[in-house]
Write a new protein. Structure first.
Length: 362
């Protein structure tokens, strides 16, 4: 099978590309604009494979998308290209509307135009797999808000959408477009919504790589608010495995939630990283002494948690890594790959805080 992967030079996308090339006999066409978070250095270990090809193309460029489909004739699309940082979306929402909504529309139309040229067998086998986020669901009650002993709810595939940020609203919009193209045009689509990913090759604007790199340099470890926001953490290589299972075995029209079964407060995450560093790279004082608390971001969701039992029951997938084993692997990877870290930060981002506090925001 030949799979067209959009955003294949990004964090999750590159994990998907590596997984396919290293663990299957399928081919990959990587379509990526190479924005600040897209980095071909994340693919150096597989770029020489004859089953891999790269196209530097913006998904908002319909003409170029048409060319890619005509030249490569894929059997499936895995759509991961997206602007994905909440803080960036607060200060600059336009890019999120353009890429996540307009870009998805362009990709759907280019795919549909190509799909209609296929014979019936190829049409029926074709899949358009849209990779989304649990943030489209809004947030969940926090344990602090619940009666003691009551069961905490989780996101289901049927949970109503209630996005909180420009980022999550743009992803919710793209989810709706994908489902509409199935309902209206019959394009065989599948949607997955995942929890927070972490692991190797993660751009250092996100919490875990930011904390690791700041700690190693003795810089402050900023935590929003009290650090009591809860996230479900998913090791990126587990996610890549799940995504491949969905595109190859998932049922058209279905939604699958993919979670790591690891609910942790942000403060817990940072303290665990500090503890691992205390063991691997000990210094005179504890790394946790670098923790500082900064003003919270506007509209910060308090808790996410994914129920991925559908993935387990219908597709036989469960994550391999626990949070502890996955996080230790992640910290070790950043220790072993300082040159990658240096190279991705040579641009305009130097681990400063993103997302200016908005006056009057909740």
């Amino acid at each position: 099978m030949k799979i067209l992967v959009t955003g294949g030079a990004g964090f999750i996308g590159s994990a998907v590309v590596r997984h396919i090339i290293n663990n299957t006999s399928d081919s990959v066409v990587n379509v990526d604009k190479l924005t600040y978070a897209g980095n071909l250095e994340s693919l150096v270990n597989i770029e020489s494979s004859e089953r891999y090809s790269f196209e530097k193309v913006d998904i908002c460029d319909r003409t170029e998308l048409n060319r890619v489909f005509t030249e490569h004739r894929p059997d499936a699309v895995m759509h991961l290209a997206a602007e994905s940082h909440v803080d960036r979306s607060i200060t600059g929402p336009a890019a999120f509307i353009e890429t996540n909504i307009v870009g998805t529309y362009n990709l759907l139309e280019a795919t549909r135009e190509y799909w209609t040229t296929l014979n019936d067998v190829a049409k029926n086998a074709f899949r358009f797999h849209h990779i989304s986020t649990d943030e489209v669901y809004g947030d969940l009650p926090h344990p602090d808000e619940m009666t003691k002993g009551s069961e905490l709810p989780m996101f289901l595939e049927t949970t109503s959408y209630a996005p909180s940020s420009p980022y999550s609203a743009s992803k919710a919009s793209s989810d709706h477009l994908v489902r509409a193209w199935l309902r209206t045009y019959g394009l065989p689509t599948i949607v997955t919504n995942c929890s927070n990913n972490y692991g190797p090759y993660h751009f250092p604007e996100k919490l875990i790589p930011l904390v690791i790199l700041n700690a190693l340099e003795g810089k402050s470890l900023p935590i929003y608010g009290k650090g009591d926001q809860i996230r479900d953490w998913l090791f990126v290589e587990d996610h890549a495995c799940a995504l491949y299972k969905v595109v190859t075995e998932g049922k058209v029209g279905e939604t699958y939630n993919i979670g790591g079964h690891n609910e942790k407060k942000n403060l817990e995450v940072v303290e665990t990283i500090c503890s691992i560093l205390d063991t691997l790279v000990p210094k005179e004082s504890a790394y946790s002494e670098l923790i500082t608390y900064v003003q919270d971001r506007p509209g910060h969701d308090r808790r996410y948690a994914i129920d991925s039992s559908k993935m387990q029951k219908e597709l036989g997938w469960t994550p391999v890594e626990t949070f502890e084993t996955g996080l230790r692997k992640t910290v070790q990877w950043y220790l072993d790959n300082s040159m990658w870290c240096k190279n991705v930060q040579d641009g305009s981002y130097q681990r400063e805080r993103l997302g200016v506090v908005i006056e009057g925001a909740k």
